[in-house]
Design a protein around this ligand. Structure first.
Ligand code: NCD
Length: 303
């Protein structure tokens, strides 16, 4: 099996450390853009996105170009998947065009893992259903490290629709590998009890006030309405109980940072006041997305 990046759960801490360290070399400084590395000139990266994406797709594309690689974008609506072709056949067709790596987002949990057993081309998982989103957890870790200088011993509150969140799952695995304490918080309908046992150092909390108390990092998540048939709460009610507001931050650590993977729904899971505050690191996350994906692609393409 070719070495790609399928999930954080199965990735060793030492590999994560190497990627996070390498990403620093690509971070932009002094108002400039990302370093142009050209370490992957002549390589072809296929970006196969079978589910909607704005920031992840563009971030992977910029990352590949900054490394000197060429890219080809495939989307579900414009591909033969919409004509009934099986996923394996679609991917085999792409493989015949000899890409060096396939970056893939798919609505089915486990799709990239399944395909990686059938293909010789390395696959980078850009989000599979509700399962994992490894590069998001890596860019989140880079952002936390930039602000807090460490992961070990931090209290990280992840608040919102935990049940449908691949971002939460990948972050829980990463934070656990580095000795952070993760508090998962949301309404009972969106916070399955099993989440407490997916990794060490995880606790569940249904009360946002208790979740944010003493937190060094507060990570807010969108309610993924596209994956929910009947929402248990109206948006106003949800915001009243689980929306992050300025008053919550006074309970957190004085240097708390607020994160959000996007897309952000202002007035639903986060107030505009908090989203635009000095504590927010939401755009730093987007920026680190490119740097981290450069580090991931460089690693995968250099095999
Ligand atoms: C997330 C995703 O797609 O999993 N977004 C992202 O990649 N930045 C979260 C979400 O859609 O809510």
């Amino acid at each position: 099996m070719a070495l790609g990046l399928l999930g954080i759960e199965e990735t060793d801490r030492s590999v994560i450390e190497q990627i996070l360290e390498r990403a620093v070399a690509f971070q932009p400084h002094d108002g400039r853009t990302f370093a142009k590395a050209n370490t992957c000139t002549g390589k072809l990266v296929v970006n196969a996105f079978f589910e909607n994406s704005t920031r992840t797709r563009s971030s992977f594309e910029i990352a590949a170009h900054r490394l000197g690689a060429d890219t080809l974008a495939i989307t579900a609506s414009g591909s033969s998947v919409s004509k009934g072709e099986s996923l394996v056949d679609t991917l085999n067709t792409l493989v015949a065009m000899r890409p060096s790596a396939i970056v893939m987002r798919h609505q089915a949990s486990g799709a990239p893992h399944f395909l990686s057993r059938h293909l010789s081309t390395p696959i980078v998982n850009a989000g599979d259903g509700t399962h994992e989103h490894p590069t998001q957890a890596l860019l989140d870790a880079r952002t936390i490290l930039d602000c807090c200088g460490r992961l070990e011993g931090l209290r990280v509150a992840i608040i919102g629709d935990i049940q449908h969140s691949r971002v939460a799952r990948s972050n829980v695995h990463l934070l656990s590998k580095f000795g952070a304490d993760t508090v998962l918080c949301g309404p009972p309908s969106l916070l399955p009890r099993e989440m407490a046992s997916i990794a060490s150092g995880v606790t569940l909390e249904y009360d946002i006030l208790r979740a944010v108390t003493g937190a060094h990092v507060v990570m807010m998540l969108r309610v993924q309405l596209e994956r929910i048939h009947e929402p248990a709460m109206q948006p106003g009610e949800y915001f009243r109980f689980y929306g992050l507001r300025q008053e919550h931050l006074s309970l957190a650590h004085p240097e708390v940072i607020v994160m959000h993977p996007g897309p952000m729904n202002r007035g639903r899971e986060i107030s505009s006041e908090v989203a635009d505050s000095q504590r927010a690191r939401i755009l730093n996350q987007v920026e680190n997305g490119v740097a981290v994906r450069m580090a991931v692609l460089e690693r995968v393409l250099s095999q």
